[in-house]
Design a protein around this ligand. Structure first.
Ligand SMILES: Cc1ncc(COP(=O)(O)O)c(C=O)c1O
Length: 396
């Protein structure tokens, strides 16, 4: 089946955070939403069918995960990621961010240190600080238009209070797909220093041409025993509203501790539709995903060409994975708030401004390109017009 990602679908009045809340959240009118990470595409047809069929049944009582559900996940991990996952390793959580919060609470104590690699998905900071743990930033290095991990800095930051590192793999917002070598070096440092690796791999299926995602726990048995891999079908298949994620924990002792936390909060049950959608996506979603990746690749190329040609003040950081493009706006020579004003008030495009990912993101902006090309083009036109209006002004 050929999917039509060019189709524009009106998402207003669906209680969409991205569309219905954008004006309130950003404080504007008629903003074009290119921010929060969900897509303006319909999910694969088999998923819609499975959910419809389940809805027709008409009874939505407490729902248990069954063998067929686990088989679908195991099949996906093996087929798409060459990763053999055992059924017992798969724990449920109502979302990756809630899982991160629970992992922090389960495996660290208040006052312990947790490493993150900014600029990074801002809830990492929240789950650490709101649980009274201490952030240790290990900022990424931006060299020649590409981000890399700073492993020397990582080693220098480690002391006996550091208990955990949370990585984003692939990395939101800089769009890197970490290589096996990079992950291996990081993993060895963590093993040597008894630091538990929490690898947030929610974007793991969104990998562009020429890049390969490596599940952290697939690298070696030692890494598997010292890590927790957070996965979900939500980014891949646009199912975030169904609140279903799979937290993969090969180490039985770590798994038992995490399960105890889940049970203490009584949140172990699965959303009826989340279960059905996850299973059908993982069983029948390959073809749709392959076409989506092709479309995202073309969107990324369209955006890069457009910016190079018409808005040369901006520099696109090459996108390797995710559908979130990190754009270097520093040549505009604007203060953080001026840049935000330009995008939100002048261009009327809602983007995630770089500073929300930590001070290392200042001067950058993040654009969600999981939308029809017409929407992307409209966003770029608006930004081009706004930048034109200040050309020659900002630098005076
Ligand atoms: C790195 C990362 N982790 C987690 C999430 C959200 O996960 P969930 O909706 O399952 O809590 C996102 C969403 O953008 C993300 O980018």
């Amino acid at each position: 089946m050929k999917y039509n990602f060019d189709q524009e679908i009106n998402r207003y009045n669906t209680s969409s955070v991205k569309w219905d809340e954008v004006d309130t959240i950003f404080g504007g009118e008629n903003l074009l939403p290119m921010w929060v990470a969900d897509m303006d595409f319909k999910v694969p047809e088999p998923v819609i069918e499975a959910v419809k069929q389940r809805a027709e049944h008409g009874i939505f009582g407490y729902t248990a995960r069954n063998d067929s559900y686990y088989e679908a996940i195991i099949g996906w991990m093996e087929r798409r990621h060459n990763w053999k996952v055992e059924k017992d390793w798969i724990c449920h959580a109502p979302g990756v961010v809630p899982a991160l919060g629970m992992l922090v609470r389960t495996f660290t104590k208040p006052g312990d240190k947790i490493i993150i690699q900014p600029p990074v998905y801002y809830p990492f900071t929240n789950v650490v600080e709101k649980n009274e743990r201490v952030i240790v930033p290990n900022p990424l290095k931006y060299k020649n238009g590409r981000y890399v991990m700073d492993l020397e800095d990582l080693e220098n930051k480690i002391d006996q209070d550091v208990k955990m590192i949370i990585i984003s793999s692939p990395h939101n917002p800089v769009g890197r797909v970490w290589t096996k070598e990079e992950l291996t070096q990081l993993g060895n440092i963590c093993l040597k220093n008894n630091i538990l690796v929490v690898s947030d791999e929610i974007h793991f299926d969104l990998i562009l041409k020429g890049h390969t995602h490596t599940p952290f726990a697939s690298i070696s048995e030692e890494f598997a025993q010292n890590s927790i891999v957070c996965t979900a079908p939500s980014k891949t298949f646009n199912l975030a509203g169904l609140q279903t994620s799979n937290i993969i924990i090969p180490n039985p002792s770590l798994r038992e501790q995490f399960t105890n936390t889940i049970e203490s909060l009584f949140i172990g049950m699965t959303n009826t539709f989340g279960l059905v959608a996850t299973e059908s996506a993982y069983r029948y979603g390959d073809e749709w995903l392959d076409q989506l990746l092709e479309y995202l690749q073309q969107n990324a190329e369209f955006l890069t060409d457009y910016i190079n040609q018409y808005i040369p003040e901006l520099k696109v950081v090459p996108l390797e994975g995710t559908y979130l493009v990190w754009i270097d706006c520093r040549d505009l020579s604007l203060e953080v708030k001026q840049l935000e004003h330009l995008m939100q008030k002048e261009a009327k495009v809602a983007l995630d401004e770089g500073y929300i990912f930590g001070k290392w993101g200042e001067g950058f902006t993040r654009m969600n390109i999981a939308c029809p090309r017409t929407t992307l083009e409209e966003g770029l036109r608006r930004i081009e017009k706004a930048v034109k209006s200040i050309r020659g002004v900002a630098s005076k």
